[in-house]
Write a protein that binds this ligand. Structure first.
Ligand SMILES: Nc1nc2c(ncn2[C@@H]2O[C@H](COP(=O)(O)OP(=O)(O)OP(=O)(O)O)[C@@H](O)[C@H]2O)c(=O)[nH]1
Length: 239
């Protein structure tokens, strides 16, 4: 499942500032594989089958001046794979927690998924809740406001997306990366610490070697008073 739609010369050389490990979790059938496929291939995955265990893919994104390689672990939602998939949670820096807005059951089980991710992932795990299948408004069983409340109570970011139309698909991945970068910048997360889920790429290391100090610079050109803003694709509902 290698990403090949936006490779450029620098990517072929694998130059990036940070490598971040993400897990994609949630109930079976919520659209995790389709979300990931839309993110890595820019197209809807037709006839998606249940994931067996885990599948790996990656994509390099740009946040301001930083190039970040995302290691993406798509996990099976089916209960019978739970012990296998949980072993991949270890040291994850980011978790994309997916439910289906047309399935109340997939929403009611979120606490369990989040608890597992927090227990096994990095101590600074950043979690983004995604209400997928937002294109199926007529079949909606979970209101945006209710999910937004749950996200606030559980200290996770939240947005709705559609893997089918591509709406808001990039946003959760970028939002997660931005939060992790902020944690690094503030000193709360040390990429050199084992289990952080983040490591320096060769691009960052080269900069360290040449200046003996890592500078994060501006992430988006709108950085004021210690806060960094990320411009996400238009129309994002997120908190
Ligand atoms: N309408 C609509 N259907 C979707 C969307 N995303 C996924 N689907 C459909 O939902 C079904 C399940 O999608 P998958 O991506 O395989 O689900 P999954 O969460 O990876 O499932 P497991 O691998 O079993 O955990 C498929 O029939 C998809 O076509 C979406 O955004 N909108």
């Amino acid at each position: 499942m290698a990403n090949d739609y936006d490779l450029d010369a620098t990517e072929l050389l694998e130059t990036y500032d940070f490598l971040m490990k993400y897990i994609i979790i949630g109930e079976a059938g919520t659209g995790k594989s389709c979300l990931l496929h839309q993110f890595t291939h820019n197209s809807f995955k037709e006839h998606s089958q249940h994931t067996i265990g885990v599948e790996f893919s990656s994509r390099t994104v740009k946040l301001g001046e930083k190039r970040i390689k995302l290691q993406l672990w798509d996990t099976a939602g089916q209960e019978r794979f739970r012990s296998v998939t949980r072993s991949y949670y270890r040291g994850a820096a980011g978790a994309i927690l997916v439910y289906d807005i047309t399935s109340r059951a997939s929403f009611l089980n979120l606490s369990r998924w989040l608890a597992d991710a927090r227990a096994l992932g990095s101590p600074h795990l950043v979690c983004v809740l995604v209400g997928n299948k937002a294109d199926r408004e007529e079949d909606r069983e979970v209101e945006w406001a209710e999910a937004s409340r749950w996200a606030a109570e559980n200290d996770v970011h939240f947005l709705e997306a559609s893997s089918l139309t591509g709406d808001n698909v990039e946003a959760p991945f970028l939002l997660c990366a931005r939060s992790i970068l902020l944690a690094i910048e503030s000193g709360a997360l040390d990429p050199e610490k084992a289990g952080s889920g983040v490591s320096y790429g060769d691009r960052a290391l080269r900069r360290v070697n040449s200046s003996s100090r890592l500078s994060f610079g501006s992430l988006s050109g709108s950085r004021r008073k210690g806060t960094v803003k990320l411009r996400l694709p238009g129309g994002n509902k997120c908190c």
